[in-house]
Ligand binder design. Structure first.
Ligand SMILES: Nc1ncnc2c1ncn2[C@@H]1O[C@H](COP(=O)(O)OP(=O)(O)OP(=O)(O)O)[C@@H](O)[C@H]1O
Length: 243
C-alpha cells in the first residue's frame, strides 16, 4: 500500500447486528483534500466514519494513517484525527470553554497549550459570547458549533465531519464551508458526510458514494457540471438504475 497519502483505507469491512454494514471499502485521501461521503440512510457512512475515527474496529481490512497502521495503534486517533459524530458527545454541566480545554488536554496538550488552543478555536468559531455558557443550555445549533470546535481544537491532520451542518442556520452553514476550505488549505484532509448534495458541490474536491455498505463511486468533482452529474450518479446508485 502507498504511504504517500495521509489516509489509506484498504478492504475494510464491519458487521453490525449480524449484518454487513460496510463491505470491502477502499479509498485514499491526501492532505489538503476534501472528500464528500454520500449515501442513503443506512448506507454505512457513520459506520465507516466511526472506524476512521478509531471508535469502531473493522472486522477486516487495513487503515493506514500518516504511514502508520491505525488499527494496531488506535491511540494515533487522539492526535491525528478530529471527529464530529452525528450527535456531539457533550457534558451538560461543563461550559463551552471547559469543554475545549478538556478536549485539548485529552488530545495530549499541556495545561497552558490547551488554554491557548481553546482561546484560538473560540475566536475562530465566534464562540466568545458563549464561552461561559453550560453545554446543557445551548441551542441545538450552538451545540453543533461546540462539537465542531471540540473536533478541531487540536488542529488534527484528518478531520471527520458527520453531517456537520445539522441545525446550523444559513450564516453558520456558510461559515462552516469557509472553515472546511481553510483547514484544507492549511494541509488537513477532510471527510464530510452529508445528505445535502449542494453542500458537497460547494466544498468538496471529490465525492464517494456508499450504497448497501459498498463504495459505488469515488470521483473528482468539477464545478457546476460536477453538481449535475453528481445528482444523476447519486440517484442512479440509490435507485439501482445506474449503469
Ligand atoms: N450501533 C449500531 N448497532 C447495530 N447496528 C447498527 C448500529 N449503527 C448502525 N447500524 C446498522 O449498520 C448499517 C449502517 O448504518 P450507518 O449508521 O453506518 O448508516 P448511515 O449511512 O450513516 O445512515 P444515516 O444516513 O441514516 O445516518 C445499518 O443497517 C444500521 O442499521
Amino acid at each position: 500500500m502507498s504511504t504517500s497519502h495521509l489516509l489509506n483505507v484498504d478492504g475494510v469491512s464491519r458487521r453490525r447486528s449480524g449484518r454487513e454494514a460496510v463491505t470491502d471499502v477502499s479509498f485514499s485521501l491526501n492532505r489538503g483534500e476534501v472528500l464528500g461521503l454520500l449515501g442513503v440512510n443506512g448506507a454505512g457512512k457513520s459506520t465507516t466514519l466511526s472506524m476512521l475515527s478509531g471508535a469502531l474496529r473493522p472486522d477486516h481490512g487495513r487503515i493506514e494513517l500518516d504511514g502508520q497502521d491505525f488499527i494496531a495503534h488506535p491511540a494515533l486517533a487522539r492526535q491525528l484525527v478530529g471527529w464530529l459524530p452525528e450527535s456531539a458527545p457533550l457534558w451538560p454541566e461543563l461550559s463551552v470553554e471547559e469543554h475545549l480545554v478538556a478536549f485539548a488536554r485529552l488530545r495530549g496538550a499541556a495545561r497552558q497549550a490547551a488554554r491557548r488552543a481553546a482561546q484560538s478555536i473560540i475566536a475562530r468559531l465566534q464562540l466568545g459570547d458563549l464561552r461561559q455558557r453550560l453545554a446543557g443550555v445551548l441551542s441545538q445549533g450552538q451545540r453543533q458549533r461546540l462539537g465542531l470546535a471540540c473536533a478541531l481544537v487540536h488542529d488534527p491532520a484528518l478531520i471527520i465531519l458527520d453531517e456537520p451542518a445539522n441545525a446550523l442556520d444559513p450564516i453558520q452553514a456558510g461559515e462552516l464551508r469557509k472553515l472546511i476550505r481553510e483547514r484544507a488549505a492549511a494541509g488537513s484532509a477532510v471527510i464530510l458526510s452529508t445528505h445535502v448534495l449542494a453542500e458537497v458541490v460547494a466544498v468538496c474536491d471529490r465525492v464517494a458514494i456508499l450504497h448497501e455498505g459498498r463504495l459505488r463511486q469515488d470521483a473528482p468533482l468539477r464545478g457546476e457540471q460536477g453538481g449535475t452529474s453528481l445528482e444523476a450518479a447519486f440517484f442512479g446508485i440509490a435507485t439501482g438504475t445506474s449503469a
